[in-house]
Design a binder for this molecule. Sequence first.
Ligand code: NDP
Length: 285
Amino acid sequence: MGPMSTVPTIELNDGHTIPQLGFGVFQIPPEETAEAVGRALEVGYRHVDTAQMYGNEREVGEAVRASGLDRADMFVTTKLSNSDHRPADAREAFERSLSRLGSDYVDLFLIHWPLPMLFDGDYVSTWKTLEELQAEGRARSIGVSNFQVGHLERLATDCDVVPAVNQIELHPYFQNEEVRRYGEAHGIATQAWSPIAQGEVLDDPAIGEIAERVGRSPAQVVLRWHIQRGSIVFPKSTTPARIEENFALFDFELEPEDVARLDALDRGEAGRTGPHPDRFDLVPS
Ligand code: NDP
């Protein structure tokens, strides 16, 4: 395979490595998931990001097994459902994930949302359960998602293991700099969810201008910007041509001035598309 298929890896704070580019399956209906993941694996993706709440872990597992790839060559992430933060529930939910995925471990298990207003805001006891799952070797790496600096500081004070990653909303219009910088300073890798803002940033004139000049699509320009800033990304698509397009990021580079132009598109809080983690206390439907 040529240089296009060479995905760099990021070393996590626990010594494991993760491919910097993966495939996201949020909002892919279960009946379409095995085909989409199968296509991604053919293209060369070796990292899949799912969640208990996405309802498609079983189909992710099926696609991985059907690919004939060695499980050791795959990186699979799943995330704890918002309804299962209590330690005993978290453990049982994790067991169900392994069974749906058809594997005796996951590469990365995340607390999906901190839910600071539910269960007395006790994501600390939830995190201690993830620490146990890691000690048992069944979650090789553990991390969090949608954690703000305050939530991370509470883990730092009350727990032993520093999360390997924090998966947060991050794209040119919402760069989440405070949280990203905290991660950088504390050895927590940043995973950027909705890296192209579900398509919303692709009509931006500055991005269009750069794309035209470098002879790439707007999505490739934005994904390449993430890569050069060191974030981990897993764009979602069920369109075969886009699955390929989003993988072709490693045979070109953005000049520093283009990176700076993308940096300048940040709209701060106004650019956020998802719920605010401090206020999000509901189990989504
Ligand atoms: P993305 O930013 O990846 O955008 C996906 C959308 O963009 C789809 O509508 C897709 O359309 C379209 N698209 C994909 N590639 C292209 C392209 N090259 N050109 C034009 N349009 C394109 O959004 P997601 O919200 O799915 O984020 C990615 C992943 O991040 C998720 O799948 C999930 O794994 C994770 N995530 C995590 C969250 C969390 O709370 N931890 C929250 C949200 C996401 P189509 O499929 O029709 O091709």
